[in-house]
Design a protein around this ligand. Structure first.
Ligand code: NAD
Ligand code: UDP
Length: 340
């Protein structure tokens, strides 16, 4: 049985990936400082899978603690989710983002190197494509013209990992560029639990539906798209999690550095997503159109051919299921993991 160390294992994508890993026979060890999650998540993962998993409360920037975890467990491969992800916050606190996302990855790689663990799957983002090229985004397109410090941390870590591989071809590294993960596990036991007012569309819509927020503001109605609102490639988080199983299989087989988009290749506008949510849940979403959000790109969607051809990955769930499961999670856990 392979031992997979999952940094950020209690987070939104990490928790869903832990479930899929355990269900596929992997032994999971989570490392999380719970800065944007809660230890209760681990119990929920155990409840869904009916299996045990190890979890450590540890900041990956703490080298001593991380080394202890590597010396106590024989790690075969690492999936690295731990990081901060708010675009707005990254503009206000760039140093915090560079420290957590870049320095955190440096410490992790140093410890991996020390323990001769050289297989890594990294959570990157479609944001690295910036606004240089037109969609659909293909992995070979140029990257780096990012529009905010968060995106820059993803771009820099990608470049750093390419250099790590160039320096030592014993590494096997997979960079996954996520498009827009939404939805939740169908049990309603784990899901996205943003702190404060959500920045992202789907959790915002869900909180309007449950009455926590009164109205959604649609950021911009005059984009060059059929209905004037921005288009994104939403992918069900369980599909995304399953993409990691494929990525692990590839990372274990190959030495090299491989990059894959994880999306559906189908874009939905903000208004289409609102309509789909209303249809799936029977809830009405009040909204008004406001000004565009700084840095937003009109149309973003993936070309997913490479993930399909090389990993055999194809997303299964449609927009209806994404909305249904997001709502199931929200309505079952109106205050998230922490019960008020
Ligand atoms: P999340 O905030 O829910 O999960 C990240 C987890 O990492 C949290 O549990 C947090 O407590 C933990 N963490 C943060 N810094 C840490 C540190 N220094 N040490 C230990 N643990 C730490 O976010 P998510 O949505 O699950 O995203 C996971 C990864 O995927 C992130 O790297 C994010 O940038 C990337 N990503 C997310 C999206 C998205 O839309 N959710 C899109 C593209 C890429
Ligand atoms: N959006 C919106 N209102 C909100 C949050 C988001 O209209 O309150 C729009 C946003 O402009 C973008 C889309 O919804 O076009 C997806 O935004 P999100 O922040 O979820 O993802 P990202 O910007 O990372 O693609």
């Amino acid at each position: 049985m392979l031992n997979v160390l999952v940094t950020g294992g209690a987070g939104y994508i990490g928790s869903h990936t832990c479930v899929e890993l355990i269900n596929n026979g992997y032994n999971v060890i989570s490392v999380d400082n719970y800065s944007n999650s809660a230890p209760q998540v681990i119990d929920r993962i155990k409840k869904i899978t009916g299996k045990d998993m190890k979890s450590y409360c540890c900041d990956i920037r703490n080298k001593k603690d991380l080394e202890k975890i590597f010396s106590d467990n024989k790690i075969d491969v690492v999936i690295h989710f731990a990081g901060l992800k708010s675009v707005g916050e990254s503009c206000k606190k760039p140093l915090l983002y560079f420290d957590n996302n870049i320095f955190g990855t440096i410490v992790l790689c140093e410890v991996m190197q020390k323990f001769n663990v050289k297989k890594l799957v990294f959570s990157s983002s479609a944001t690295v494509y910036g606004d240089e090229s037109l969609p659909p985004y293909v992995e070979s397109m140029p990257t780096g013209k990012v529009t905010n410090p968060y995106g820059r941390t993803k771009y820099i870590v990608e470049e750093m990992l390419k250099d790590v591989f160039s320096s030592d071809n014993g590494w096997s590294i997979t960079l996954l560029r996520y498009f827009n993960p939404v939805g939740a596990h169908e049990s309603g036991l784990i899901g996205e639990d943003p702190k404060g007012i959500p920045n992202n569309l789907m959790p915002y819509v869900s909180q309007v539906a449950i009455g926590k927020l009164s109205k959604l503001t649609v950021f911009g109605g005059n984009y060059n798209t059929p209905d004037g609102t921005c288009i994104r490639d939403y992918i069900h988080v369980v599909d995304l999690a399953r993409g990691h199983i494929k990525a692990i299989e590839k990372t274990m087989q190959n030495q090299g550095i491989n990059i894959y988009n994880l999306g559906t290749s189908r874009g939905y506008s903000v208004l289409e997503l609102i309509k789909a949510f209303e249809k799936a849940t029977g809830k009405r979403i009040s909204y008004e159109t406001g000004s565009p959000r700084e840095g937003d790109i009109a149309v973003v969607y993936a070309n997913t051919d490479k993930a399909f051809c090389e990993l055999g990955f194809k997303a299964q769930f449609d927009i209806n299921k994404m909305c249904e499961d997001a709502w199931h999670w929200q309505s079952k856990n109106p205050t998230g993991y922490v019960i008020n």
